[in-house]
Write a protein that binds this ligand. Structure first.
Ligand SMILES: Cc1cc2nc3c(=O)[nH]c(=O)nc-3n(C[C@H](O)[C@H](O)[C@@H](O)COP(=O)(O)OP(=O)(O)OC[C@H]3O[C@@H](n4cnc5c(N)ncnc54)[C@H](O)[C@@H]3O)c2cc1C
Length: 417
């Protein structure tokens, strides 16, 4: 059946837009080349962690939004609308089986330990990661596993201690969880779901934990039965337990991805991964169909409205060539990225202002419709959201998930109006 809305891209922006549109009664279909980049993310929602050029994390992101340039998507929406989107999303995720917690005092950022022992500002934290709150005084015991790649408890504890947080480290044998030599975080999370494993892990941890300590572990505490495993371990240890996100594959990001896609599918949304959009058909300012690659001729997907959430250069929504040309791959929409390779980067790799290429993207109007150089919408029934938007460097300012969720929802609300 022809959908009311065809979403192109199954990352956090596309999924959040689909969630909002479905709950308003639209028939939604999602097509995507791949799964999106949620498997890389911490599973938390970063709203605004750093302001350009400022060395310290933002403590009050809603207040900091007033200092952003007018063209920034957050500045255009304003803190009230952003707050509304976030509480809606938090409720929807709760219904999908994933609980998120805001920090106290209200409308402030959590400061949580990163996998390098740095301080990571985030706005909505998973319950299991919130236990690492660095504003709490309880000392931390960071525990890793010998042979586990990319998680070094001594490095984390040393870096936290240097910044004034009470932390020490310990290492257990990986054999406590698995006999497999080449395990990644996903395998370990699945191993911990086997009967009896949590009790075995608690027995190995118990002699290490001192009274009053909280225990920080890599984020591997279960995939499907995460809540039961995390709480079961804390009960068995009689100590608070928290997760620290790891390098990819990131188990909390995978949990978020699964919760969202299952929730959408249960509401009748069709999600088709493996379809690469390569072109479109339009007539008199309206998109009629999007075309995807197939072995013979392109496959046409018709809908009333279209929402582009293909994620910019990292997600695959933009492409570039060695001459410096940068283009949007589905609708060939104009981009604000400098079309001269020499203008992409500043001379210093770690320039505090960031690099122009990362701030470039798709310019939209107040309703999230892509516009031409004069600010006029190019198509009446095309909207865009997520990391392909212009005037924001989401990785530098630590706003990746916030930008995806908030603009995804706001674009869906604009098309519903
Ligand atoms: C290299 C890298 C670094 C990252 N660093 C961080 C970080 O530091 N901090 C952090 O929190 N997160 C990071 N992330 C995670 C990521 O940016 C966010 O999780 C995510 O929120 C972006 O949302 P999105 O929906 O806009 O885009 P994406 O998640 O990128 O989704 C894009 C979707 O569009 C699809 N698509 C693209 N082109 C086409 C096409 N032609 N036809 C059909 N479908 C298409 C893709 O397959 C995908 O489904 C990183 C990701 C990458 C890849």
């Amino acid at each position: 059946m022809r959908p009311d809305l065809l979403v192109i891209g199954a990352g956090l922006a596309g999924l959040s837009a689909a969630l909002r549109a479905t709950q308003a009664g639209l028939r939604v279909r999602i097509i995507a080349k791949g799964l999106g980049t949620l498997h890389w993310s911490t599973g938390n929602l970063d709203l605004l962690g750093y302001l350009p050029g400022a060395p310290h994390p933002v403590r009050k992101p809603m207040e900091a939004i007033y200092t952003l340039p007018e063209s920034h998507p957050y500045a255009r929406l304003g803190p009230e609308r952003i707050g509304h989107c976030l509480s809606w999303w938090q409720k929807a995720l709760g219904a999908a089986g994933l609980a998120y917690r805001p920090a106290t005092p209200a409308r402030s950022n959590w400061l949580l330990p990163s996998p390098a022992g740095a301080v990571r500002p985030t706005y909505l934290a998973t319950e299991a990661q919130a236990g690492g709150d660095l504003s709490q005084a309880e000392p931390m015991l960071i525990v890793g596993f010998q042979g586990m790649r990319d998680f070094y408890p001594h490095l984390i504890a040393e870096n936290l201690t240097r910044q004034g947080y009470a932390a020490r480290a310990a290492t257990l044998s990986l054999a406590v969880i698995t006999r497999r030599q080449d395990s990644n975080t996903l395998h370990l999370a699945q191993e911990l779901e086997r009967p009896g494993r949590v009790q075995e892990l608690a027995a190995a941890l118990r002699p290490l934990v001192r009274p009053g300590e909280r225990v920080g572990l890599p984020a591997i505490l279960g995939l499907e039965r995460h809540q039961a495993i995390w709480q079961g371990l804390a009960t068995a240890l009689d100590a608070p337990v928290f997760e620290i996100p790891t390098l990819p594959p990131s188990v909390p990001g995978i949990r978020l991805h699964r919760a969202l896609t299952r929730h959408l599918e249960a509401q009748g949304v069709q999600i088709q991964v493996g379809l690469t959009a390569i072109g479109f058909q339009a007539d008199r300012g309206r998109i009629l169909a999007v075309e995807t690659e197939s072995s013979a001729r392109p496959w046409r997907h018709q809908a009333e409205g279209f929402l582009l959430a293909t994620g910019g250069i990292l997600g695959g929504g933009f492409n570039s060539d060695p001459q410096g040309r940068f283009w949007e791959v589905v609708f060939n929409l104009p981009l604000t990225v400098p079309q001269d390779r020499n203008a992409w980067f500043r001379p210093h790799f770690l320039a505090p202002e960031g690099h122009p290429v990362f701030r470039g993207g798709l310019a939209v109007d107040g309703c999230f419709r892509p516009v031409d150089g004069h600010g006029t919408p190019l198509y009446q029934n095309l909207w865009a959201a997520g990391n392909l938007l212009a005037h924001v460097d989401a990785i530098q300012e630590r706003s990746v998930e916030g930008l995806a969720v908030i603009t995804g929802m706001a674009a869906a609300e604009a098309l519903l109006a």
